[in-house]
Design a protein around this ligand. Structure first.
Ligand SMILES: C[S@@+](CC[C@H](N)C(=O)[O-])C[C@H]1O[C@@H](n2cnc3c(N)ncnc32)[C@H](O)[C@@H]1O
Length: 276
């Protein structure tokens, strides 16, 4: 008998299957970038034809470099503050809460569409100080369910591009206004990545559409002048890029000839409120 959990997703919610699968493939590499054994366990629990995603293992670093970079930044935030809240938006089936394994002073929320959260509930255990919020990111009241009594980190990885610019800026504005002090750790696609979206298998196989392009941190600072840039990197300048192998070095040389290509994946980190 097949005890696996059935998966029936489409659109943006489906894209997290690709990122999960690539993390599982990375875990089996001789030199993994992320080394996420939880992702490997997770895919074994799902009843899904992974070949449908048209995934080539060599592209795993395009996502694991990002996830590993944000893991570093999340750990830095946790190390700098004692009692904090983490809001992990567009969590998909990512296992960050298990990889980081925060202590009892950290309150952690994983947030995604209801159909994604329903899958999480079936394949992952619960843990203390950990809650799931099933909601579209654009729903105006979900932030009210999170107490605003501590420095709060928004980690939003791989979700901005599915929002329009107005939706994304409005969400960041509401987050900053509600929590007062904290960080925004969020990645973006630049104009070229948005323009060439049909060439991306993750977008094609999910039937998603990408909207919001951000080319540099100033694009965000122009809209939210009260936040401060802490760090910005792209795929090739991320500290975790050094964990990739020769294939990515060749890609870097080729893409260096076309600057908007080499800067298409943008990883940003901002602070807001008074420094603590
Ligand atoms: C590319 S996946 C990334 C998942 C995860 N962050 C990772 O890196 O593995 C995008 C995720 O964002 C979620 N997402 C996209 N648009 C959303 C929205 N409007 N509201 C809530 N979640 C959304 C999708 O359901 C999906 O889980």
């Amino acid at each position: 008998m097949n005890n696996k959990v059935a998966v029936n997703l489409s659109g943006p919610a489906k894209t997290m299957l690709s990122t999960l699968y690539l993390k599982a493939l990375d875990a089996d590499f001789a030199r993994p970038v992320l080394g996420d054994r939880f992702a490997k366990d997770a895919i074994a629990k799902l009843d899904f034809d992974w070949s449908e995603l048209e995934i080539t293992p060599k592209w795993a670093p395009l996502f694991t470099v990002r996830t590993a970079q944000y893991d570093i930044w999340v750990r830095e935030f946790l190390a700098a503050h004692r009692e904090v809240t983490v809001v992990h938006l567009g969590c998909g089936l990512d296992c960050r809460v298990f990889r980081i394994d925060p202590g009892p002073d950290v309150r952690w929320y994983d947030v995604d569409f209801p159909e994604v959260i329903a899958l999480r509930e079936q394949i992952y255990p619960s843990r203390p100080n950990y809650e799931l919020i099933a909601t579209p990111a654009t729903e105006p009241t979900w932030l009210d369910r999170i107490p605003a009594d501590r420095p709060t980190l928004l980690i939003a990885e791989g979700i901005s591009m599915y929002l329009t610019e107005d939706e994304g800026i409005d969400l960041l504005r509401r987050f900053v206004d509600r929590f007062g002090t904290g960080e925004l750790q969020i990645d973006f696609f630049n104009w070229l990545a948005i323009k060439t979206q049909k060439s991306q298998s993750l977008v094609r196989t999910s039937g998603s559409t990408l909207y919001w392009a951000v080319n540099r941190p100033q694009d965000i600072l122009d809209k939210l002048p009260d936040i401060r840039l802490l760090a910005a990197a792209n795929f090739f300048t991320a500290s975790t890029y050094s964990r990739t192998g020769a294939g990515m070095a060749a890609l870097k040389r080729a893409m260096a000839l076309i600057p908007p290509l080499s800067t298409s994946l943008q990883y940003h980190r901002y602070a807001f409120g008074k420094p603590v």
